[in-house]
Design a protein around this ligand. Structure first.
Ligand code: UDX
Ligand code: ADP
Length: 466
């Protein structure tokens, strides 16, 4: 089966970049990305790609090359579904905030709405691909809806989880470690659907990197990968606290263990805590699945990864309060970075949100600077917590358009995202602008301790004892 037209429902951090790269690598396929959010689609269509809704290095260049050629962004969802041979579902699957599984299970209402819409609109056979991270066995729910509400149309369901990391999405998509495709190889139609998706990726991904599995293995592999990665961060963060107590240095420990080829050097940076839309959500989802099968020990084991992460964020803000003589009330504190990692404007589950909220509870005056995150987003993140009135958040926290505005007259600086530009700042000049003693709390361990101490700062680095 030759795919000529693809539709992707959901123009977010996963759907957007993934389709942009498919359009680049497959000029013979028409790719239409649809979303219910008109503003988001308008931004994807912005003149000269000046206002793309997502910041990713290298993305705007590819959008310029492909948009209008074989890549289209639209809100006409029905038309795009109708025209497509293959439909990717890339909508959000947040943690449930209500009812059974509240705070743990994935909320599948957006997925279900998509499935119902596909069933209603389709007049010809289609391949439906789950791209969003989903709990194991979601594919069977989608199939059920499609088979029972469709008008005799045949649907094949594939699972094709996305492993891209934000900030490196374009490179991850162009050179993936692997592409995983789960499908039902027990039927001819299932095999054909798998082959059709393999053929798309084979345009640029070597064959030995395209894995095919059954649907459930594919769904579970995605959760497992994220759980292992998050566990690694929580493990190194747990060790960072021991380092601070004992006078060891987590960077030296990371290097020493990373040289063991069984452990490997990547993903061993201690931090103020992991964020992002996937790690916490996927682990909680895994915990929920384990509990629902009565596997309480398995559930407790994985839940500890999230508890450790919460602890890391809280102990970072506690340390700021304790060091500033047990009170930050009325003190100006500059927060550098709000995104959950560098090179993205995404703030979902960012450690900065928790640290800021804790400091606001202590009545600190916060001044935030992030090179890519908008003021609107920062207030939205705080307001979403519901811990104080939006006007109080606005009074207690200012969003700055330059770092120097945030830093001037501050008692302390907290570095919450590892943006490269922070390393290049004139720290001598910054020292002059601050109250004395001038404190830096480096939650990403990106600055040079001895240089800053020579300037005169009281410098605290995550994972480094004195
Ligand atoms: C993650 C997975 O890496 C990706 O495969 C999956 O598709 C989606 O979830 P992402 O959340 O975009 O990607 O970013 P990632 O690079 O994994 O970082 C997640 C969080 O962990 C960030 O807050 C990051 O700062 C933190 N982190 C990562 C550390 O604190 N230390 C590390 O060594 C690595
Ligand atoms: P992710 O990181 O998984 O890509 P995002 O929240 O960035 O998540 O993107 C998901 C997108 O899916 C949002 O832009 C949202 O508007 C869109 N979406 C959700 N439900 C639907 C739907 N039923 N039809 C079309 N788009 C949808």
């Amino acid at each position: 089966m030759k795919i000529e037209s693809i539709c992707c429902i959901g123009a977010g951090y996963v759907g957007g970049p993934t389709m942009v790269v498919i359009a680049k690598q497959c000029p013979h396929i028409k790719v239409t990305v649809v979303d219910i959010n008109q503003a988001r689609i308008d931004d994807w269509n912005s003149n000269d790609c000046g206002e793309l809704p997502i910041f990713e290095p290298g993305l705007a260049e590819i959008v310029k090359e492909t948009r209008g050629r074989n890549l289209f962004f639209s809100t006409n969802i029905d038309k795009a579904i109708d025209e497509a041979d293959m439909i990717f579902i890339s909508v959000n699957t947040p943690t449930k905030t209500y009812g059974k599984g509240k705070g743990m299970a994935a909320d599948l209402k957006y997925i279900e709405l998509c499935a119902r819409q596909i069933a209603k609109v389709s007049k010809q056979d289609k391949i439906v691909v789950e791209k969003s991270t989903l709990p194991v066995r979601t594919a069977s729910a989608i199939k059920n809806i499609l088979d029972h509400t469709g008008n005799g149309v045949q649907f094949q369901i594939l699972s094709n989880p996305e492993f891209l990391a934000e900030g490196t999405a374009v490179q991850d998509l162009l050179k993936p470690d692997r592409v995983l495709i789960g499908g039902d190889a027990s039927t001819k139609a299932g095999q054909k659907a798998i082959e059709a998706l393999v053929d798309i990726y084979a345009n640029w991904v070597p064959n030995d990197k395209i894995l095919t599995t059954n649907v459930w293995s594919s769904e579970l592999s995605k959760l497992t990968a994220n759980a292992f990665l998050a566990q690694r961060v929580s493990s190194i963060n747990a060790m960072s606290e021991i380092c601070e107590m004992t006078g060891a240095d987590i960077k030296e420990v990371s290097k020493a263990i990373g040289m063991d080829s069984r452990i490997g050097p990547k993903f061993l940076n201690a931090s103020v805590g992991f964020g992002g839309s996937c790690f916490q959500k996927d682990i909680l989802n895994l915990v929920y699945i384990a509990k629902s099968y009565g596997l309480n020990e398995v559930a407790d084991y994985w839940e500890q990864v999230v508890l450790m992460n919460d602890h890391q964020k809280n102990r970072f803000s506690d340390n700021i309060v304790n060091t500033l003589y047990n009170t930050v009330s009325g003190k100006k504190i500059a927060l550098l970075g709000w995104a959950f990692k560098k090179d993205t404007n995404d703030t979902r589950e960012s450690a900065a949100i928790r640290v800021a909220d804790n400091l606001l509870n202590e009545q600190a005056n916060l001044f935030v600077f992030d090179p890519k995150v908008t003021e609107e987003q920062i207030y939205a993140d705080l307001d979403y917590l519901g811990n104080r009135f939006p006007e109080d958040n606005k009074n207690l926290l200012q969003v700055c358009s330059t770092p120097y505005e945030a830093i001037e007259g501050a008692h302390a600086i907290a570095i919450l995202t590892e943006w490269d530009e922070f390393k290049a700042y004139d720290w001598k000049e910054i020292y002059e602008q601050m109250q004395k003693p001038a404190f830096i709390f480096d939650g990403r361990a990106i600055l040079d301790k001895s240089k800053l101490e020579d300037i005169g700062f009281v410098y605290y680095q995550i994972g480094r004892g004195n």
